[in-house]
Ligand binder design. Structure first.
Ligand SMILES: NC(=O)c1ccc[n+]([C@@H]2O[C@H](COP(=O)([O-])OP(=O)(O)OC[C@H]3O[C@@H](n4cnc5c(N)ncnc54)[C@H](O)[C@@H]3O)[C@@H](O)[C@H]2O)c1
Length: 363
């Protein structure tokens, strides 16, 4: 399958590794900055002769890839995805798939019209511990689900934001919920059935005066099935990244998963199993991933390739990406209006938050 990557920045090695491990034919690399392409090529000798483009439209015309991954600045995802889709390409879009519901809807509508697949790059859904938890949910082992929590306790210093001017801006990124925490928010939403009906939330910018977005978000979400979810997301933790936790509590089951990416099982208790199962799960999932990007890109690519070949929906489709986006936008709106917000939202964008944390300069 002919494959091209648009966006050759920090996350791009994960995409190339996934493409190579899935034996895709990598026909082109595209980035506005030739030096970003050169840097990526340096890391992968396999890319030595791969064609380079600074204009994605030219790349699409010349190479006609069947699958394109979009790993550019978040605010550019939608326009690039629509161009790829209109050129007949299937697309993997990095999270968040867009920064407004209108843009996400346009992506979905264009893909439907063109008959191509859209995959939202929420790769953590493929992590083995997350798959095990999801399996327990699908088997109904929690009974009636009461509540679940998603904590992302990370640190992003000024040097991170200084790497690129788009980071932390409302027009191109959003704050820590939209960028760093959306993975865990997606997992919470997915585990709780994906139909949030209302959100109460606060967000603030406590330690990053040089970015527009929030560096802390706290939310309570009520779901259509009666369950509740809470989100705690921050990039302020002293001493570096702490952990990402996902905990689920139901009538007949309790699970706590922490570590780097919910990959260390701390509690695994079900009414239909004895302590041996908990001990086995704790032993199987006792090691935290070394890197916060994890290893999910490769299975996500494998699934998308199969989805295209078998003409079925990808495991993490465009609607899943839209749903995570909508939930973050609902949290933003609840924080802005100081009132509960009902879902579904009619329209929303990160641009609605413009000026939210503008403060008078300190004396
Ligand atoms: N799934 C994950 O775990 C994960 C991890 C990191 C980043 N991301 C997401 O991936 C995206 C990229 O993040 P990053 O950290 O690699 O950013 P980055 O700033 O390091 O790289 C982005 C690259 O996109 C290029 N670009 C921008 N507009 C372009 C255009 N129109 N055409 C071609 N190239 C263009 C830039 O020149 C830059 O090289 C973001 O949306 C981010 O949220 C996902």
């Amino acid at each position: 399958m002919k494959y091209a990557l648009i966006g050759c920045g920090r996350v791009s090695p994960n995409h190339i590794t996934a493409a190579l491990q899935n034996r895709l034919e990598i026909v082109a690399l595209c980035d506005l900055l030739p030096e970003a392409i050169a840097d990526l090529k340096q890391q992968f000798p396999e890319l030595r002769t791969t064609k380079e483009y600074t204009d994605h439209r030219e790349m699409l015309r010349a190479e006609k890839p069947e699958l394109v991954a979009i790993a550019t600045v978040s605010g550019t995802h939608a326009a690039l995805a629509v161009d790829c889709i209109r050129a007949g390409c299937n697309v993997i879009i990095e999270k968040p798939i867009a920064l407004s519901l209108a843009d996400a809807d346009l992506i979905l509508a264009e893909a439907e019209k063109a008959g191509v697949k859209v995959c939202a790059n929420h790769q953590n859904r493929f992590n083995p511990s997350v798959q095990a938890i999801r399996c327990a949910v699908e088997q109904g082992r929690f009974g009636k689900m009461y509540h679940a929590t998603a904590q992302t306790r990370w640190n992003r210093p000024k040097a991170y934001y200084d790497q690129a001017s788009w980071r932390g801006t409302w027009a191109q990124d959003g704050g820590c919920l939209m960028n760093q925490c959306i993975h865990n928010i997606d997992l919470l939403n997915w585990m709780l059935g994906g139909s949030p009906v209302s959100v109460t939330a606060v967000t603030d910018n406590l330690a990053h005066a040089y970015i527009e977005g929030e560096d802390l978000g706290l939310a309570i979400i009520r779901y259509a099935n009666g369950a509740f979810g809470t989100v705690e997301g921050t990039v302020n933790t002293f001493g570096g990244n702490l952990e990402q936790m996902l905990c689920l509590f139901g009538e007949t089951g309790s699970v706590e998963a922490g570590g780097t990416l919910n990959d260390v099982i701390r509690v695994w208790r079900f009414a239909d199993a004895g302590p041996e199962e908990e001990a086995a799960m704790k032993q199987r999932f006792s090691t935290a991933a070394e890197h916060i990007y994890g290893c999910g890109h490769t299975p996500l690519y494998a699934d998308m390739i199969e989805a295209v070949e078998q003409d079925r929906a990808p495991y993490v489709d465009g609607r899943a990406g839209r749903s995570a986006l909508e939930l973050v936008l609902a949290i933003y709106r609840a924080s802005m209006t100081h009132a509960p917000v009902s879902l579904p939202l009619e329209a929303a964008s990160t641009l609605d938050c413009m000026g939210l944390f503008c403060r008078e300069p300190e004396e």
